[in-house]
Write a protein that binds this ligand. Structure first.
Ligand code: GLN
Length: 204
């Protein structure tokens, strides 16, 4: 079976592991560099990208992960995880670094503050059937995509106090075996985004 790691430094690791298992994969938590050897793919959960960035360095995971992403490790980043995958960040704190690999510019906290968090549904290319339930929690959006990046989903027609009219904002992207969503699908009970990631891992 396919084994997918969930970076377990901060964030909702349990929910991602449950969604991966629901999607038919085996899931393992990853905290140490050696644990990366056992995974076919990796999920970067949401949380606080600045904190996860610091923890990645403290746990000596940043450099090995960067190298593995460069070498083609499939990675799915959700929310803060999307920020960590992005090559460029707007609204980051001083010194904030990412793992990179995904040729996009993301804007942190783009939809406003914590009180501006919201639930909606998003049509995601590659996920058949009904639109995906999506929880946006101080979420980023993708401001710009490079040439090799496929846009998988946009916000429908949410008018939003914290950020004005957000309809059409890019919130799901894919480049090769890298997948990223602004939102959290793992807390909705719908594992179809994880299923998409499992199939990306299996194809790669
Ligand atoms: N606002 C957070 C950040 O910038 C992301 C929030 C989340 O992952 N739910 O890292």
């Amino acid at each position: 079976t396919t084994t997918i790691g969930v970076l377990a430094l901060q964030g909702d690791v349990r929910e991602h592991r449950d969604a991966l298992e629901q999607a038919g994969a085996r899931s393992v938590p990853v905290r140490r560099p050696a644990e990366l050897a056992d995974v076919d793919g990796l999920v970067l959960p949401g949380g606080e990208s600045t904190t996860i960035d610091k923890l990645l360095r403290a746990f000596d995971l940043r450099d090995p992960l960067r190298a593995m992403i460069r070498d083609g490790l499939p990675v799915y980043g959700s929310c803060a995880g999307m920020i960590l995958l992005a090559d460029r960040v707007l609204g980051g704190v001083h010194d904030q670094e990412t793992l990179g690999g995904l040729d996009v510019t993301v804007r942190r906290n783009a939809f406003g503050r914590q009180v501006d968090s919201f639930d909606t549904v998003v049509d995601v290319v590659g996920v058949p059937g009904a639109p995906v339930p999506a929880s946006f929690i101080r979420a980023p959006w993708v401001e710009e995509v490079g040439p090799g990046v496929e846009i998988l989903g946009r916000v429908r027609t949410v008018s939003h106090d914290g950020a004005g009219d957000t309809a059409g904002k890019i919130v799901a992207v894919r480049a090769g075996s890298l997948l990223a969503t602004s939102f959290h699908p793992e807390i909705t009970g719908d594992a179809r985004v994880h299923q998409l990631f499992v199939s990306i891992v299996e194809e790669s």
